[in-house]
Design a protein around this ligand. Sequence first.
Ligand code: UDP
Length: 336
Amino acid sequence: MKILVTGGAGYVGSHAVRRLVAAGHDVWVFDNLVYGHRACIEALKLPPERFVDGELGDRALVEKTLSDNGIEAVMHFAAYAYVGESVTDPAKYYQNNIVGTLSLLDAMRAVGVKTIVFSSTCATYGEPRQVPIPEDHPQTPISPYGYTKLVIEHALADYHHAYGLNYAALRYFNASGAADDGSIGEDHDPETHLIPLILDVALGKREHISVFGTDYPTPDGSCIRDYIHVDDLADAHLAAIEKLTAAGGKPTAIRCNLGTGVGSSVRQVIAACEKATGKTLKVVEADRREGDPPELVADPAGAERILGWRAKRRDINETVASAWGWHSTHPDGYGD
Ligand code: UDP
């Protein structure tokens, strides 16, 4: 298939591109390179004409990219994803994540592209009432970021109903790790995620790692998350696009969690990083970070039932070792 990947120069998007290309799909990347990396496009070895440097809100350019290349489906990763920043600068999030995505959906309708896989998030659930979290758990986000993703989930459901849009909304838990061949990995600026921050301590780039909250109602007092390997996420996207297009033109709507079903505490992740790096890392106990629920773990049964997909890597040691494979060989990330 001819697939346009928005945000394909970013972390999860680039791993999906790599997987789609390996599966024989023709892939185009659309990215504004605000958080994505040109060096990532080079590492993916995409021909230059397959990369479009542009804004999602540039309706004419998106429409032209879709029609000129005969695109059949879109994977939409392009979004801002810093929860904290979404609280202090919500306009940026509403504009890009909602207005930009609605513009993309309009462009798709205008040229007759009817299939989209959308990057949603467990942040749409807010403070969970039950863990592991099933897909039918109420969605009451507690950050503007989570709300922007939920708005698009609703738009997709309404467009499915009214216009026959074929969609999958995939709710990621904590994306982690790096490509198994070491070609691409995680590079955020600023970095706020736990695993790369700990590995920066191992690299001597940071002095210590802070544990945000040690008095949560969890066995060791630190927060529990479900760390899902980015190559497993990529596999799930491939499964989703195959499912959507296998339906023989009948509009399909898929909503599912992408997680391992296994939770790891902050302290367990630090221990896994110490094991992977062979170093003892300086740990500082700190206050809770605002808006962090004690435990977020996916019920992954829906994805297995709907997509026939299950995370292959469910051991935090394996995921952390893969992240270290990238960080230890790319201490400056993509170097841009
Ligand atoms: N965390 C931490 N120290 C850090 C960064 C994160 O203790 O320097 C914790 C954070 O409170 C959360 C978990 O690690 O419980 C995962 O945070 P991350 O920002 O990686 O992902 P999130 O769950 O917020 O999407």
